[in-house]
Design a protein around this ligand. Structure first.
Ligand SMILES: C[S@@+](CC[C@H](N)C(=O)[O-])C[C@H]1O[C@@H](n2cnc3c(N)ncnc32)[C@H](O)[C@@H]1O
Length: 271
C-alpha cells in the first residue's frame, strides 16, 4: 500500500476548485438528505472531511443562528478555503478545524448530526471514520454518509479509453488500500458501528452534454496522472493519447455518460 494516507485525488488547487463546484452541483441531493433526517433548527452538526466547502453552507442555513456547524478537514489548504468560503458569505455559525477524522479529539456524544460526503472512498479503513462519527454523535442523534460506488461508471457506446481509465482508477484505489465500491457497504458499516434505523438512498447520475459533471473522468485522469507516471504504469504519451480519446468520446453528444451509483445512508445512535 502506498500513499494511502493522502487524499487520493490530491490537493492541487484545481482539485479544490472542482470540489467547490461539485458541492454546488450536489447541493439538491444534500438538502433532500437533510429533509429525510429531519434536522431541526438549533442543532449541533459536525461535517467530517468538509473539503473547501462541502455542505457547510447548507447545514448552516438548516440549523439557523441558534445552531452550530463544525467542519473537520485534514488538508490545510482545504481548511483555508473553507474558512474563506464561510467568511465571504457572512456565515457566522460555522467553524472549520484542521484535523484527522479518525481521531478528531472533539467531545464525544455531543453532536445531533455527524455527516460526511465522499470521504470514505478516499481513505483506507473507512470503518475507523464511521466509528469516530458514531462516537461523536449524541445518543439519539444521527450519523449520515454519502458515498460513491464505482459499479456503474459506464458509457454507451463502449469506449476502450473509458474502460482503461475505470480499470486504472480501480487498480490505483486498491493499491492505496481504498475501496471504490464502498458505497454499497455503507448500510453494513453503519449497522456494525452500532447505528439503528438505518436507511438508504441510491442515486445515479446521467450527465447530458451540457452537464458540467459529464467531464468528471477527465478531472480524475488529471489527478491520477502523476501517480500513474511515477509508478511507470504507462508511458506519458500513451496516457495522453488515452485521455484525448476519452475526451473525444465524452465530447460526442451522442455518448451516454453514467456515473454512480451514489448511496446516502443514515442511522440513529441508540438513546
Ligand atoms: C472528495 S473530497 C469531499 C469534500 C466534501 N466532503 C464534499 O463533498 O464537497 C474528500 C475530502 O476528505 C478529506 N479527508 C480525507 N481523509 C481525511 C481524514 N482522515 N480526516 C479529515 N478529512 C479527510 C480530504 O482532504 C478531502 O477534502
Amino acid at each position: 500500500m502506498t500513499g494511502g494516507d493522502e487524499y487520493f485525488l490530491g490537493c492541487r488547487r484545481a482539485e479544490q476548485e472542482r470540489l467547490q463546484r461539485q458541492a454546488e452541483q450536489l447541493g439538491p441531493e444534500a438538502v433532500r438528505l437533510l429533509d429525510d433526517i429531519g434536522l431541526p433548527t438549533g442543532a449541533r452538526v459536525l461535517e467530517i472531511g468538509c473539503g473547501p466547502r462541502g455542505c457547510l453552507d447548507l447545514l448552516s442555513a438548516r440549523v439557523g443562528p441558534s445552531g452550530s456547524v463544525t467542519g473537520v478537514e485534514k488538508s490545510e489548504e482545504a481548511v483555508v478555503l473553507a474558512r474563506k468560503f464561510v467568511a465571504e458569505r457572512g456565515i457566522r455559525n460555522v467553524e472549520v478545524l484542521c484535523g484527522d477524522a479518525r481521531s478528531t479529539g472533539l467531545p464525544r456524544a455531543s453532536f445531533d448530526l455527524v455527516t460526511a460526503r465522499l470521504v470514505l472512498v478516499n481513505v483506507p479503513s473507512p470503518e475507523q471514520i464511521v466509528s469516530e462519527a458514531v462516537a461523536l454523535a449524541r445518543p439519539g442523534g444521527a450519523v449520515a454518509f454519502h458515498e460513491v460506488d464505482w459499479a456503474a461508471m459506464i458509457c454507451d457506446p463502449p469506449s476502450p479509453a473509458w474502460n482503461t481509465f475505470v480499470e486504472l482508477f480501480v487498480t490505483q484505489s486498491a493499491k492505496n488500500g481504498i475501496d471504490p465500491f464502498v458505497g454499497r457497504k455503507l448500510p453494513r458499516l453503519l449497522r456494525s458501528a452500532g447505528l439503528v434505523d438505518v436507511r438508504v438512498h441510491p442515486i445515479i447520475h446521467v450527465h447530458p452534454p451540457t452537464d458540467p459533471r459529464r467531464t468528471i473522468f477527465l478531472n480524475f485522469a488529471d489527478n491520477l496522472r502523476e501517480r500513474v507516471l511515477a509508478q511507470n504504469l504507462m508511458a506519458e504519451a500513451t496516457f495522453m493519447d488515452l485521455k484525448e480519446a476519452l475526451r473525444q468520446h465524452i465530447d460526442n453528444p451522442n455518448t451516454l455518460v453514467v456515473h454512480g451509483p451514489y448511496f446516502q445512508a443514515w442511522g440513529r445512535k441508540p438513546a
